[in-house]
Design a protein around this ligand. Structure first.
Ligand SMILES: NC(=O)c1ccc[n+]([C@@H]2O[C@H](COP(=O)([O-])OP(=O)(O)OC[C@H]3O[C@@H](n4cnc5c(N)ncnc54)[C@H](OP(=O)(O)O)[C@@H]3O)[C@@H](O)[C@H]2O)c1
Length: 265
């Protein structure tokens, strides 16, 4: 763990900044004096976040409406910022969504779009923005995975496995970066109060309501972990303890326990 990275006056790009965790990552970064570039599809929502943050923190906030799941979108975004001479010092790869349901019953096109966003776009964004940070010997990336990443998760099979990819990919790249002055930190939130479950198509279960965290708190912990150059973080005691205990179980049991927690009414 290194000393805390100062991001005052630096530029932070937050994807999925039109709702939920993305808005709170943006608020946290602005509070620390970073200028922001906010990306998501819903422009009106982005503009409302822009107005709120500019008024509250006096930092520069630019919004870019873009569907990152489209092939080549990260390249278009990178080229646009490069042409405008705007180096990105902090990247928060937060845009993502899940799909709740039996794997065989979820339409393929929906699953493919989710994987295109949660895996391909995140990896492409990392591949595009990281080299410039390494050249400048300064920068940080915060990847948003999930506690679903830590075990097989029936009813979220492909989503949770996508987050396993995010976690292991990002921890590996972070190791490759040692000594460069750049870090990739992964946050794996548990149930958090955002639009996630509405988008995923799941009504919250009793267990999920009981363990739910506020998104501002999750975002605060994620930004702090990134600044402290931690490799990985599971926010919240209950979530961290759950992940720790899951590791002690055989994989088959993990799937059964996870299924119970996600579907228990
Ligand atoms: N909430 C939870 O319980 C939880 C737990 C673990 C992990 N996570 C992860 O946390 C991250 C943030 O989700 P959230 O919980 O804050 O949910 P959310 O409120 O639904 O926010 C998702 C964000 O992603 C953006 N997005 C979705 N599709 C996009 C696309 N194709 N291109 C660009 N932006 C897109 C959405 O904006 P537009 O619709 O305007 O594009 C929105 O800003 C996700 O990666 C999610 O998997 C959430």
């Amino acid at each position: 763990m290194g000393k805390r990275k100062d991001i005052r006056g630096k530029t932070a790009l937050v994807t999925g900044a039109s709702s939920g965790l993305g808005v709170d990552f943006a608020r946290e970064l602005a509070q620390m004096g970073a200028n922001l570039i906010l990306v998501a599809r819903r422009e009106e929502r982005l503009k409302a976040v822009q107005a709120e943050i500019q008024a509250a923190h006096g930092v520069q906030v630019e919004v870019i409406s873009m569907d990152l799941a489209q092939a080549g979108a990260p390249q278009v975004l990178y080229d646009q910022l490069k042409a405008a001479g705007k180096p990105v010092d902090v990247l928060v790869n937060n845009a993502g969504y899940g799909l709740f349901g039996m794997f065989t019953e979820l339409p393929w096109e929906k699953q493919k779009n989710m994987l295109d966003l949660d895996i391909v776009a995140l990896t492409h964004m990392t591949h595009l923005f990281l080299p410039d940070m390494v050249t400048r010997k300064f920068g940080a990336i915060l990847q948003v995975a999930s506690i679903g990443a830590y075990q097989p998760s029936p009813t979220y099979a492909s989503y949770a496995a996508a987050k396993s990819y995010v976690l292991l990919f990002s921890e590996a790249v972070n190791y490759e970066l040692r000594g460069t002055g750049v870090n990739v930190t992964t946050i794996s939130p548990g149930v958090t109060a955002t639009e996630f479950f509405k988008v995923a198509g799941q009504e919250l279960t009793l267990y999920q309501r009981m363990v739910m965290m506020e998104s501002r708190e999750v975002a605060r912990q994620g930004i702090r972990a990134m600044q402290r150059q931690r490799s990985s973080l599971v926010p919240g005691f209950v979530n961290a303890a759950g992940v720790f205990m899951m590791r002690l179980l055989p994989r088959r049991r993990m799937a059964a326990l996870s299924n119970m927690m996600m579907t228990m009414k």
